[in-house]
Design a protein around this ligand. Structure first.
Ligand SMILES: O=C(O)CCC(=O)C(=O)O
Ligand SMILES: [Fe+2]
Length: 241
């Protein structure tokens, strides 16, 4: 696919046209409806572009965030970050080597950005997890993973009580990365190169509301420069109580 100059053209490697119930969770009418409603809303937004990929719903908005907001978020990430964590145990110590930064959701700098993202997708604010910053130095990466929860894992009971499954992901690239650091979706053959201000949005669920394995993605290692992003994950139910 080809999306403006910032995206590489990569042939699709796997196309699944009839999603089945995933081994990571069951079909769900609620999640299916969220998928349809958000897509319908983005389809009528002239700023939102639909990625020409098969097997997952992906949208993007170039220059979504101003340089000022990107700088502000990068400053916050630099001021306060911790080693990134994983929900499930990985035997690979290099699986996720970045730093993460939990934003102060209600601060006057952050809250308008949170609200704007919720409005864009049409998902209630309380369903959105707090915006999280990520920083990758050269050599740091986030190996191939799903953003949805694997419902067979022990953490799922806790997640179920905290808003349930992650449906849509919104991710914003905050800076230009000299080399490496793209986001790679091997199942749908999409590689997104970091571009300052670019918002990438995808639905982690399949049309039937089951976890969509085609959304597997990787934050490829940065080889030169530093990569800064913010991510917001939306739950099927209320995350804030
Ligand atoms: O760094 C990236 O490009 C991907 C980050 C990611 O997948 C995540 O934060 O869930
Ligand atoms: Fe992810």
């Amino acid at each position: 696919m080809h999306l403006s100059g910032s995206f590489a053209e990569i042939p699709a490697v796997s196309i699944k046209t009839s999603p089945r119930t995933s081994r990571h969770g069951n079909a769900s009418p609620l999640r299916a409806r969220i998928g349809q409603q958000v897509a319908a809303r983005l389809d009528t937004n002239p700023a939102a572009k639909k990625a020409k990929v098969t097997g997952a719903q992906v949208y993007y908005i170039p220059e979504y965030l101003s340089d000022r907001d990107c700088d502000m978020l990068m400053e916050k990430i630099d001021a306060k970050s911790r080693r990134s964590t994983l929900l499930s145990d990985s035997s690979d110590p290099y699986f996720r080597t970045s730093d993460s930064s939990d934003m102060d959701r209600w601060s006057p700098d952050i809250h308008p950005i949170e609200q704007r993202l919720s409005m864009l997708l049409g998902i209630p604010e309380e369903n959105g997890e707090t915006l999280q910053g990520q920083r990758y130095a050269p050599g740091q990466q986030f190996r191939a993973h799903h953003d949805f929860f694997h419902e067979s894992q022990s953490y799922w009971e806790d997640m179920k009580a905290q808003g349930g499954q992650r449906t849509w992901t919104a991710m914003i690239y905050l800076n230009h990365v000299e080399e490496g650091g793209s986001t790679w979706f091997p199942q749908i053959g999409m590689r997104v190169k970091p571009k300052r201000g670019l918002l990438l949005i995808w639905n982690n669920m399949a049309p039937d509301g089951s976890p969509n394995e085609n959304t597997l993605h990787e934050g490829v290692a940065v080889t030169k420069g530093t990569k800064y992003i913010v991510t917001k994950w939306f739950r099927e139910g209320a995350w804030i109580r």
